[in-house]
Design a protein around this ligand. Structure first.
Ligand SMILES: [Mg+2]
Length: 176
């Protein structure tokens, strides 16, 4: 049961998921959570670094998309100008929104990756959907009120995950 909560990979930031890594893992579709995965929840727009990163993925033929549990405006404003498809109020860890998005993208779960900062939301959703699950270290220590109570439980899962894999998200140890 605990295994369903383990990410396939744990990274310090999304930038570790570069084109070389994606090629090696045969991933052609990358789906991101927004809040605390790409930017803190109060930042409405992607940084210049993120814009360059998305562009590099797209230029290498990778499909980029966003899957967020937040309301429509959050995803729309964030993705504006990026030309990135998004699914909002996704209901993660439920897989309804994810499946809808994959269908829209014409993507297969086996070759898709879902990256997010929450174990009980993003990682669990990715694993249930049969995607490559990536846990991203939260970009800000500040969480929304709805997220904060879940963090102590995540720490417990991470303790066992770390004991099993030795991966603490501080450096790329390759495929786990
Ligand atoms: Mg998040």
């Amino acid at each position: 049961m605990m295994e369903m909560l383990y990410p396939k990979k744990y990274v310090g930031s999304v930038f570790e998921l570069d084109t070389e890594f994606l090629k090696r893992e045969k991933i052609n579709t990358v789906i991101f959570d927004i809040d605390n995965t790409l930017v803190p929840y109060w930042i409405k727009k992607p940084t210049k670094e993120l814009e360059r990163y998305f562009l590099s993925l797209k230029e290498s033929g990778v499909t980029v998309a966003v899957l967020s549990n937040s309301k429509e405006e959050r995803s729309r404003v964030f993705c504006e100008g990026l030309d990135i498809p998004y699914e909002y109020r996704a209901g993660k860890p439920g897989t309804g929104g994810l499946k809808k998005l994959l269908k829209r993208l014409g993507a297969s779960p086996e070759r898709s990756l879902l990256a997010g900062d929450q174990i009980f939301t993003d990682v669990w959703c990715a694993n249930k959907g049969g995607l490559y699950s990536v846990l991203v270290k939260q970009v800000s220590k500040k969480d929304e009120l709805i997220t904060a109570p879940k963090r102590p439980f995540e720490k417990i899962v991470l303790y066992f995950y770390f004991r099993k894999t030795g991966n603490d998200g501080k450096q790329d140890k390759g495929q786990q």
